[in-house]
Design a protein around this ligand. Structure first.
Ligand SMILES: [Mn+2]
Length: 455
């Protein structure tokens, strides 16, 4: 029997919630999986992509990764991997460097034989390039009794799927016993055309939507078939999910009470508010959680609270949104729009703006220069031509109107909803990298990139 450990979506280098501790957690997750592999003396560790959270891991993350890979190499356990969407670079991949160092093998159309299993790989391929994709694999060597394909993407029949597994299996000349996948952070196993297809799930929660325990797969190739079992990781960062359904007469006190019922020490605390009730200021809840020892706290207010004064809140509640909307209408290049978005983003600490913009521009340049094409020509007389200055003037006019409205209640209310909006964006961005793991994230397509891709 041949036993391999199937892991993926490690996302090393992800500074989730802007927390250096979280960044270390993702590397530790990888270390813990590898330690288990060594203890169990598996025949290989197979990584299904997204070892790194982005294509430019820091030196510290790279050093940590090399250190973990060396542990495996010292134990004579091969590390076989494919490239995922998050880490994919234009030319050579990090994986190639690790291969040069003798610490990894990059899988492809030529099989790597582990005992009696031929292991093939297929890197993540953006949707736009899948129609022309030919599933060409070299024949299974005589020495192998089994064949398995390792890939990264959102495959049928799992949630958010956009890649047809039946097509892959039917068009491949090799008859695979199992397909070992990464990209969907939720683990799952299914049978397609008599082949086992399985996701191992991520090893740390890359988003608040990943509520289930994290883990990896152990895959046994035996004479009587393939066995897939799942093992949980008990070393992951504790996440405390506080879900509060507010009644009409309830507010922040009820949320506080529910938060106090949990042990929050060193945990990431996700408070989700639903139902009815009074508006709440997320900052007060987050402070309470931090006071009680939480590492990070986030409030996600899912209520659709009616505005008490629509006229005022539409013009005044979120001037950032209004400006953003109008800037889009200016016909700026893709690159300019993204930079504007980055500079304005409330999710990004001011200290990180310069680095983020620099990185984004570098990414865009790497992907070609189409994003920098100038805005379409327009005559100054065109009705839809406006300038940022016009917008700002218009904004300050309406703000003055609102202030002059004499409605004292408007101020605290709108302050609270602006804070809500920020928190919502934060959580939503995290969710984007979650279970679906950037379903539309194709590095080559500048128009599908979002702030979340490099946050
Ligand atoms: Mn991933």
């Amino acid at each position: 029997m041949t036993r391999v450990l199937h892991t993926g979506d490690t996302h090393i280098g992800y500074q989730q919630y802007n927390s250096p501790e979280r960044r270390r957690d993702f590397l530790e997750g990888f270390r813990n999986v590898v330690d288990d592999a060594v203890e169990d003396d598996v025949d290989a560790v197979i990584h299904a992509g997204d070892l790194f959270h982005d294509r430019r891991p820091s030196l510290v993350d790279l050093q940590g990764t090399v250190d973990v890979l060396r542990t495996l190499a010292d134990a004579d356990i091969p590390f076989l991997a494919v490239v995922g969407n998050h880490e994919s670079k234009r030319d050579a991949q990090w994986l190639d460097l690790f291969a040069d160092l003798g610490l990894a093998t990059r899988l492809g159309a030529d099989p790597v034989v582990v005992d009696d299993v031929a292991v093939y790989g297929l890197d993540f391929v953006p949707r736009s390039r899948r129609d022309d994709l030919e599933y060409v694999f070299e024949p299974v060597p005589d020495a192998a009794d089994h064949a398995t394909l390792v890939s990264h993407g959102l495959f049928e029949p799992f949630a958010h799927a956009d890649w047809d597994t039946e097509t892959v299996l039917a068009e491949s000349p090799v008859d695979f016993d199992a397909v070992l996948l990464g990209d969907n952070h939720d683990p799952g196993t299914a049978e397609v055309l008599d082949t086992w297809v399985t996701y191992c799930g991520s090893t740390e929660r890359a988003s608040a939507s990943e509520r289930e325990d994290r883990g990896y797969n152990l895959v046994d190739f035996a004479d009587d078939g393939v066995g897939i079992s799942r093992r949980g990781l008990d070393s992951t960062r504790e996440f405390v999910f506080v879900d509060v359904e507010l009644a009409a007469d309830e507010g922040v006190d009820r949320v506080r009470e529910r938060v106090r019922q949990h042990d929050l020490a060193d945990a990431v605390v996700i408070v989700t508010v639903d139902g009815e009730g009074r508006p709440i200021a997320p900052a007060a809840i987050e402070e309470l959680a931090i006071d009680r020892g939480a590492l990070v706290a986030r409030v996600n207010d899912r209520r659709d609270l009616p505005d008490e004064d629509d006229d005022v809140s539409v013009s005044f509640a979120d001037p950032d949104d209004a400006v953003r909307e109008r800037v889009r209408e200016l016909g700026l290049s893709e690159a300019a729009l993204e930079i504007d978005e980055t500079v304005r983003s409330g999710d990004l600490a001011d200290a990180n703006v310069r680095e983020s913009v620099e990185r984004r521009v570098r990414d865009l340049l790497e992907d070609g220069e189409s994003a920098f094409e100038p805005a379409p020509e327009r005559e100054p007389g065109d009705e839809d031509v406006t300038t940022v200055a016009d917008q700002l003037a218009a904004e300050s006019d309406s703000a003055t109107d609102a202030a002059a409205d004499g409605d004292g209640a408007a101020d605290p209310d709108t302050t609270a909803s602006a804070a809500d909006a920020n928190t919502d964006t934060d959580v939503a961005t995290d969710a984007d990298t979650g279970a679906a793991d950037d379903a539309g994230d194709e590095p080559a397509d500048a128009d599908t990139a979002s702030l979340g891709d490099f946050a």
